[in-house]
Design a protein around this ligand. Structure first.
Ligand code: ZN
Length: 230
């Protein structure tokens, strides 16, 4: 039931009862759901510089990972927080405690070795923003390809979504987003980071063996990083 309410909040976030989408979450009032796959939940209580983009991820148990993956994510979040003490890393989908695949709507999540992390944003006058600025669930605050940058999937992108309006008041925070990406890539436990080619170039990571394009049959990755762990 609680999951149903949370899902309704995600879909109808304009309701007053759901207005706390971006507020810090209170400590969980229930023990972690047992995981037959040995997965553990990411912290939802603010005890680490990590937070869900929306409380629904924790309420519906979509935040389970392997212990090794959790340790690596926490280490990366702490490193970014050390460089930018006002910064908390925002996470979205990981896996369910069951460890089962498929994990809709994702092609690859489910066994606790994947996480989606939001990129960072700033206002157009350069103020760091604490979370994805236009999104309810952490996804789809896309950073458009710069003029002249070729379309990696011309006419054949299955899940293409439009760029945000040019009138938006925010843009990518390049420094923090690059630091998060580089920190993850340096982690031994990280197998690869899926990212759009134009950001891979912008972050100086073009050709890096762990920075990979997701291909033309997956969602855009210039709003979030998909991280695969060993
Ligand atoms: Zn993903």
């Amino acid at each position: 039931m609680r999951a149903a309410v949370a899902l309704a909040c995600l879909l109808f976030v304009a309701l007053d009862t759901c207005a706390s989408a971006s507020a810090p979450l209170p400590p969980p009032k229930r023990p972690p759901t047992p995981s037959p796959a040995g997965l553990v939940p990411l912290p939802c209580d603010g005890s680490e510089p990590l937070r869900p983009a929306h409380g629904t991820y924790c309420l519906t148990d979509r935040h389970y990972v392997t212990p090794q993956t959790r340790d690596a994510i926490v280490r990366a979040a702490r490193a970014v927080h050390k460089a930018y003490p006002d910064t908390v890393v925002t996470f979205m989908d990981a896996s369910w405690p069951s460890g089962k695949k498929p994990f809709p709507p994702h092609l690859s999540h489910g066994d606790g070795r994947q996480i989606d992390l939001a990129l960072f944003y700033e206002s157009k006058d350069g103020r760091r923003l604490p979370k994805p600025p236009g999104s309810i669930n952490g996804y789809e605050d896309f950073e458009p390809r710069p003029a002249g940058e070729p379309d990696p999937c011309p006419g054949r992108w299955k899940h293409r979504r439009p760029d945000p309006p040019t009138t938006r008041t925010w843009r990518l925070d390049e420094a923090r987003s690059e630091l998060l990406t580089r920190t993850l890539i340096k982690e031994k436990a990280v197998r690869r980071v899926l990212i759009e080619p134009h950001l891979e170039k912008r972050f100086g990571l073009w050709g890096n063996a762990k920075a990979r394009f997701q291909g033309c049959y997956a969602a855009r990755h210039d709003d979030h990083l998909h991280v695969d762990f060993n």
